[in-house]
Design a protein around this ligand. Structure first.
Ligand code: ARG
Length: 465
């Protein structure tokens, strides 16, 4: 049997393998709601412009309304034989609305139709993702507030650098996810133009109103070039690029959770809700959710690279290669949704082991910078020289097998005689953290103020960026 939609010049149907490679319904059925929305806008416009009668338009829109309900109730009769979602909806419309259905595709091609549906779907995905990121930020901000004064080591090269607060560390991620949200908002602006009315590639001779359909579908304006409208998928790529950065941010956080949860670090505890056991080693408690968030980043980046590779050799305008865009984007959206839920869950669930964090913050001569800063500020010695003096103090502590704050005043004076008893106040990890009051610094008072500011910037009605 030839295709009902495009089979006019064909005398035989496709081979089974042709049908199998061609069919997109199993995945593009996820755009069914968007396809119906697009068709309703198109039918309304066709009638408004006198291209079809209002009776036909009404029959079409009523039929599409029924299809909407069937979809919502899971009763829509999807048929693989009809290749894709667009032909499924149109075929069902014919059953429900009769002959009028045949007028819906006037001045439209599946090329502008699919571009429209897919933009609508991706826009919905961006909005959902933004809401999920906001939830994660809220959870991180809560943890930060509870731990504004919880001292932990701050690392560079995964070597202890300076004492910081756990709240400060949580807020670092709040900033990252905030930038991610603003990146999505940017991508959304560029995505939000309507391809509908571009036709197959060159526009149409019918007197359509592209601004009307654009407005009805919530787009800012119609796309300016009909060839570009059907040929490009940069909106999908941009979404996946933003998604990849989000996944990388989540993966880094997940990696930290794995490290912190290891018995060697012992910085955090998880409840049974976010850990698993080992089938062989009864003592084990593994942070599988964090490991999987870390791992699934590979899928997201892979999908983006996959579509970039599909697109890179395509001549203008539409090629069937582009049908491969959807699974990539759908997979990214599903993966991020799951990973964000798991990450938000883990952050809410985790409990910092503050005693262990603090003990660890003491190690590795973490207040060496404070000693050097004190020598510079109080003795007026240039920082480079102070750095050397401190280096000698660290060496002395090393030979004595103790931490900097455990050196006696006499020890410190043996390194630099001008040092006074005042120094003993700055070498504790609490004092070190509390002293970093510069804008954006780790002092507990700063962190308290920053959690408040973060709530205003990120958790209000609109993102303030
Ligand atoms: N299923 C197709 C896709 O996703 C719809 C567009 C088909 N266009 C065409 N000229 N065959 O790309």
């Amino acid at each position: 049997m030839t295709s009902k939609m495009w089979g006019g010049r064909f005398s035989a149907g496709p081979s089974a393998i042709m049908a199998e490679i061609n069919i997109s319904l199993p995945f593009d059925r996820r755009m069914a709601a968007q396809d119906v929305r697009g068709s309703i806008a198109h039918a309304e416009m066709l009638a408004a412009r006198g291209i079809i009668s209002s009776a036909d338009s009404k029959a079409i829109i009523d039929g599409l309304g029924k299809i909407e309900r069937e979809l919502a109730e899971g009763k829509f009769p999807f048929k693989n034989a009809l290749e894709d979602i667009h032909m499924n909806v149109e075929d069902r419309l014919k059953e429900l609305a009769g002959a009028a259905a045949g007028r819906l595709h006037t001045a439209r091609s599946r090329n502008d139709q699919v571009a429209t549906d897919f933009r609508l779907w991706t826009r919905d995905a961006i909005d959902k993702l933004d809401a999920e990121l906001k939830k994660l930020q809220a959870t991180l901000i809560d943890k930060a507030e509870q731990n504004a004064g919880t001292i932990m080591p701050g690392f560079t090269h995964l070597q202890v650098g300076q004492p910081v607060t756990f709240g400060h560390h949580m807020l670092a991620y709040v900033e990252m996810f905030g930038r991610d949200r603003s990146r999505l908002a940017d991508a959304r602006k560029r995505l939000n133009e309507s391809p509908l009315g571009a036709g197959a590639l060159g526009g149409t001779s019918f007197p359509i109103d592209r601004t009307m359909t654009a407005t009805k579908l919530g787009f800012a304006r119609p796309m300016a070039n009909s060839m570009d409208a059907v040929a490009d998928r940069d909106f999908a790529l941009e979404y996946m690029a933003a998604a990849s950065i989000i996944a990388v941010h989540m993966s880094r956080l997940a990696e930290e959770l794995v490290i912190w949860f290891s018995p060697q670090f012992g910085f955090i505890k998880f409840s049974d809700a976010f850990t698993t056991g080992s089938s062989m080693m009864p003592q084990k408690r593994n942070p599988d959710a964090a490991e999987l968030v870390r791992a699934k980043t590979g899928r997201v980046i892979g999908a983006m690279v996959g579509l970039l590779t599909v697109m890179k050799g395509l001549p203008m305008t539409y090629s069937k290669d582009m049908q491969e865009d959807k699974e990539a984007v759908f997979g990214v959206a599903d993966t991020l949704e799951l990973c964000l839920a798991a990450t938000t869950g883990m952050i809410a669930d985790l409990e910092p082991v503050s005693a262990r964090m603090k003990e660890s913050a003491h190690s590795g001569y973490s207040t060496a910078t404070d000693l050097a800063d004190w020598v510079t500020q109080k003795l007026g010695i240039p920082f480079r020289e102070a750095h050397h003096i401190t280096g000698r103090a660290v060496k002395l502590a090393e030979t004595k097998g103790c931490e900097l704050c455990q050196l006696s005043l006499a020890d410190l004076q043996s390194v630099e005689p001008r040092i006074t008893a005042d120094i003993l106040k700055v070498l504790s990890v609490d004092a070190a953290a509390a002293s970093r009051t510069s804008y954006g610094g780790t002092a507990p008072d700063n962190v308290r103020a920053q959690t408040k500011a973060a709530r205003e910037r990120f958790l209000g009605e609109t993102l303030k960026w």
